[in-house]
Design a protein around this ligand. Structure first.
Ligand code: NAI
Ligand code: MG
Length: 346
């Protein structure tokens, strides 16, 4: 078979890390008897400065036709005055997430051998956060009245639908069922956010009945942040809403050695549009152009992409190569290209 792949390298270190990831992806797919047919799309702050376009309808239509999207990072140097703050991220990243219904934001967190956790006794960290991607307080349902007066009122209403919560929770149970420990933790704040939290808890408890092999528990989000520092090994699969998931996954990235190793999938689990896989980090203008960005997160994103498309063996192949590279890498600084080549060799 052939993987019809859209590639959006983006800005800054995006193209640098994507080049390495695409190389590893192509090799792993090849080992599994698959061909990768990439189509590159030039999107991001630099492209916007040249063309005045962030993401046209025509490009959206073309992107929709691919099997999956490999995404680097977009965004200008925040110090640059030419690009309005957040414009590129909103009009490209958020737009793709909503238009392609990426209702699952999947973030595995694993402490690889050789990675350095800031925790003194991290234990075995190997969990997956299943974060909601299209609802909650991020939908833009709010506004400001009496702006710039002492009576200003700002609202940001969290939207949670039975449909949205059900498909999220169901995905999380399937994920937990497929992993050896079969454990699922719901994280919310349902003692205070009784309406949204109640919908989550009731949906979770109802669907739990269909998965008797999965053990379940519940944590309030504030307590969850404590456990993520004191006992991260307790987690297997976490399911949570958009906002809590955003915060928890940054904390999860920090305890597993930092931003250079964190990958995520923006997944449309119903298959009605292509899913998109990316390193969690941004365009890193402070190191862009120097060839020193760590491409590992982008490489791990390509493993998530392979897994999503059903090529589990190829995904494991990539992850095992990263694991061997991390274990043997030593402490000398390496260039982006050197890391990519080392993973390829593994
Ligand atoms: P950033 O993630 O780009 O950089 C934060 C820090 O981590 C920097 O010191 C950077 O050098 C370092 N870093 C990031 N990735 C690295 C890698 N692979 N290897 C080594 N070091 C790495 O976040 P920042 O600086 O807040 O944002 C820069 C731009 O990226 C902004 O325009 C921001 O809006 C955008 N951004 C885009 C994202 C995306 O496309 N998904 C996500 C986050 C930020
Ligand atoms: Mg975030």
């Amino acid at each position: 078979g052939t993987i019809d792949l859209a590639v959006i390298p983006g800005d800054g270190i995006g193209p640098e890390v994507v080049e390495q990831a695409l190389k590893v992806l192509t090799r792993a797919a090849g080992n599994a008897g698959l061909e990768v047919a990439p189509t590159e799309y030039r999107l991001g702050a630099e492209a916007w400065l040249e063309t005045g376009e962030t993401l046209s309808e025509e490009t959206m239509t073309r992107l929709r036709g691919h099997d999956a999207i490999l995404f680097g990072a977009v965004g200008a140097d925040p110090k640059s005055a030419e690009v309005p703050s957040g414009l590129i991220e909103r009009e490209i990243l958020l737009r793709l997430r909503f238009a392609f219904d990426h209702f699952i934001n999947l973030r595995p967190s694993r402490l690889f051998p050789g990675a350095v956790s800031p925790l003194s006794e991290p234990g075995e960290i190997d969990f997956v956060v299943v974060r909601e991607g299209t609802e909650g307080p991020y939908v833009g349902n709010g506004g400001v009245i009496r702006k710039d007066t002492p009576q200003e009122i700002a609202t940001e209403v969290s939207i949670n639908t039975a449909h949205g919560v059900e498909r999220l929770v169901r995905f999380a149970f399937e994920k937990a069922q497929s992993r050896p420990r079969r454990k699922l933790t719901l994280i919310h704040k349902n003692n205070v956010l009784v309406n949204a939290g109640g919908l989550y808890a009731r949906t979770f408890d109802r669907i739990a009945g269909e998965y008797p092999e999965v053990s379940t528990d519940y944590l309030h989000v504030d307590a969850a942040t404590i456990f993520m520092t004191t006992d991260p090994a307790r987690f297997d699969v976490i399911v949570t809403d958009n906002l809590f998931g955003d915060i928890l996954t940054d904390q999860a990235g920090a305890i597993t050695g930092g931003i250079g190793y964190a990958a995520c999938g923006n997944i449309n689990a119903e298959g009605t549009a292509p899913s998109m896989f990316e390193p969690v980090h941004g365009s890193a203008p402070d190191i862009a152009g120097r060839g020193v960005a760590d491409p590992t997160a982008a490489v791990l994103a390509s493993a998530l992409l392979l897994r999503h498309l059903g090529h589990e063996a190829a995904a494991l192949d990539v992850e095992a190569a990263v694991e061997r590279d991390m274990a043997g890498k030593g402490t000398a600084p390496r260039t982006t290209h050197q890391v990519g080549e080392a993973i390829l060799a593994e």
